[in-house]
Write a protein that binds this ligand. Structure first.
Ligand code: GCW
Length: 674
């Protein structure tokens, strides 16, 4: 239950630390954040070294730790370190010599930087690094690094697979579950600095005084850990809890209601972050109900929050059953024309792909297309379309793929990461959000390996250019053991897992073929939901002749929402990567792939490969029996067995369904569906 902050005793002492005596910790009493930093070092080093450090006013032994800001600690000031580039949240960790003794300095300009640096130092030891020769500096590349909880006030979690909501609204504000502090610690350890407490399908009650008190209590727990709270706001709240007749964003009474509401919130939560809004999307109310634009709606809320420094995260996830155009084009069609019309404190929050958190999608064409608007990335950590909690799917490679994708918005090298971190268009207000996979389960995330997705999200939000493999390696060492014999096979499993899931669920650019509604398991035949664009058959368009969604200029022309070089790449069958083939093209079953196989044979091979990869993951895990603790070994082994069974189910059901349309035999040597 300690997540990656296990701090189990190291078997070999890190170089530079003499474990025969307690490490000297030179840190002032300071703010609650400074106390959090020294508290974590005491806890972490106590676990890792078997002996808690001892607080000291000066360095008088080798291997000391000097922790603080130049402003608050004379010892730190005496080191004369250059902290100018660190900003508020950055830190440096440096091996120094003080009073003739070796020491490690963990320094920031602000206590929050010191806290992040302390976690980084602990991570170094947890992953087996020495405490000598250190000279590193780091600072976040993205300003708002936020978890979005889709938690309802009744304790349920939309698309949550890890138990109930961890917010105990009944007992708040008077009882503060210690779990809230552990939640804040875990998030601070990976640099997350914001949390939206409630579902984007929002209950307006959260904005009433009774709930705001509860929210304020949580904010108080999170504050020392550098985490601000945000709320999802229901656009029609002025009607539902304000007694107004309208929620029209241009109506003076409505505008006043929101201004008063913002003032009220900031009276109880002075550092409140702001609002997240899902408007005119999947039945939610919004400005279009009053024939106003998304910009009118977002700006009204932005104006209410601006005097207090709050921001609006306005979601771009919109599509309508009345719009007969390709669903993947609708967000761009809606928002692109509004570029330049949003207030400075509005971010547009865009899902990574143009559809909906599929195992694989090309990047959303909005990235790069709205240079005057800060675009906030929205990833989904909870695995709604990726096998919920039992399938082992490490999402790091998927997010890395999106962040490294080139939008060509300003020529080659205009990656999604550079759009999101503000470099490309010079935005200072930047953000990344992840839909949380956190619940009341004892392991927090529904499985041990799902903790890695929470972890990887935080690390990539801090620095979107990091490698998914390096992050997996850190996580595996922290979570299991800083030992190659354990970490290497685990990282190998993790790195192969996402492609395996793509292969056994939706290979070669297929998407949204999961059981309609719950999104678990194969249902490519499903046509049962009332909206065409919720049904799998809308997405694969298969019949006896072929399969795939034509989004080229001959089809829906979604390709032309991308910058010209990308549009050309995807419009042309020959240059479209196999991974996006059926996303952009409708092809005959006997289409010849680059590999020489027919499309049909290649599809069967991908499905089969997905299943084989899960078998391989299971075999790898079996070699770790006895090397990881029995409980986590057994849970993972059981879940991998479920995953293998269900990968087979996906393969067989999908192949059988396609065969019912195309009547083609399987390639030689491939088993027929069971
Ligand atoms: O992925 C879909 C989910 C909905 C979700 C919606 C959204 C919160 O199926 O459960 O609603 O996206 O992102 O708004």
């Amino acid at each position: 239950h300690d997540l990656w902050l296990r701090y189990h005793a190291l078997t070999t002492a890190p170089a530079g630390i003499d474990t025969r005596q307690a490490v000297q910790l030179v840190a002032g009493p300071g703010s609650p954040t400074a106390k959090a930093a020294s508290g974590e070092l005491i806890r972490g080093l106590g676990g890792l070294l078997g002996k808690a450090p001892e607080l000291s006013g000066a360095v008088s032994r080798d291997g000391a730790l000097i922790v603080g800001t130049p402003a608050s600690s004379p010892v730190v000031a005496g080191l004369h370190l250059d902290t100018r580039e660190l900003g508020r949240e950055g830190y440096l960790i440096k091996s120094v010599v003080v009073n003739g003794h070796t020491a490690t300095a963990i320094v920031g300009n602000d206590d929050i930087g010191v806290l992040y640096g302390s976690f980084r130092f602990l991570r170094l030891l947890q992953t087996g690094h020495p405490a000598t020769g250190l000279d590193l500096r780091d600072r976040p590349q993205v300003k708002l690094r936020v978890l979005d909880h889709w938690d309802n006030l009744d304790g349920s979690v939309e698309r949550g697979y890890a138990g109930a909501s961890i917010w105990d609204w009944w007992k708040l504000p008077d009882y503060l579950d210690p779990r809230y502090t552990d939640y804040a610690r875990a998030n601070a350890s990976i640099g997350i600095n914001g949390t939206v407490l409630n579902n984007v399908n929002a209950d307006p009650l959260v904005l009433t005084p009774a709930y705001l008190k509860k929210v304020a209590a949580l904010a108080g727990v999170f504050r020392p850990w550098g985490i601000r709270v945000y709320l999802s706001a229901r656009f029609s709240a002025p009607i539902e809890i304000g007694g107004l007749k309208t929620a029209d964003p241009l109506d003076p009474a409505v505008r006043k209601w929101w201004r008063d509401k913002a003032d009220e919130i900031y009276r109880v939560i002075p550092d409140f972050g702001g609002f997240l809004v899902k408007a005119n999307s999947e039945g939610q109310p919004g400005p279009q109900d009053y024939h106003r634009t998304h910009a009118d709606g977002a700006n009204m809320l932005a104006d209410a929050l601006a005097p207090h420094g709050g921001i609006v995260m306005w979601r771009a996830f919109v599509y309508s059953e009345h719009d007969l155009d390709d669903r993947t084009k609708q967000a761009y069609n809606e928002f692109k024309p509004l570029d330049g019309q949003f207030r400075d404190n509005v971010l547009l929050q865009v899902k990574n792909g143009p559809l909906d958190f599929q195992p694989r999608e090309p990047f959303s064409p909005l990235f790069g297309a709205m240079p005057k608007t800060p675009l906030m990335m929205e990833f989904q950590i909870t695995k709604e379309y990726l096998g919920f909690a039992t399938h082992l799917v490490y999402l790091g490679p998927m997010w890395e793929e999106v962040l490294r994708a080139d939008t060509y918005a300003k020529g080659k090298g205009s990656t999604v990461a550079k759009v999101v971190d503000g470099q490309l268009d010079g935005h200072a207000l930047t953000g990344i959000a992840g839909v949380a996979n956190i619940g009341t389960d004892r392991d927090w995330s529904g499985s041990v390996f799902d903790q890695a997705n929470w972890y990887a999200f935080g690390r990539l939000a801090w620095d979107p250019t990091q490698s998914a493999r390096a992050i997996a390696d850190d996580w595996a060492r922290m979570t299991f053991a800083p030992d190659d014999a354990v970490a290497k096979p685990i990282v190998g499993m993790m790195m192969a897992s996402r492609e395996a899931a793509v292969d056994y669920m939706t290979p070669l650019g297929l998407a949204h073929l999961m059981g309609a509604g719950h999104h678990y398991g194969p249902a490519p035949w499903d046509d049962s939901l009332p909206r065409a664009d919720w049904n799998p058959v809308y997405y694969h368009r298969a019949d006896k002749n072929g399969i795939g969604f034509d989004r080229t200029r001959k089809g829906s022309d979604a390709v032309d929402q991308y910058a010209p070089p990308v549009a050309a790449e995807f419009n042309n069958l020959k240059s479209t990567p196999d991974a996006y083939l059926l996303w952009f093209h409708h092809l005959p079953w006997d289409y010849r792939m680059r590999s020489g196989h027919t499309l049909w044979d290649a599809l069967v091979m991908h499905y089969t490969h997905g299943v084989d990869e899960v078998k391989q993951m299971r075999a790898t895990w079996a070699t770790l029996d006895g090397r990881v603790d029995a409980q986590r070994y057994a849970q993972t082994a059981a879940f991998l067995a479920i995953q293998q069974h269900e990968a087979q189910w996906w393969r067989d059901a999908s192949i059988a369904y396609w065969q019912s349309l195309n009547h083609l035999p399987l390639p030689a040597g491939y088993a027929p569906p069971a």
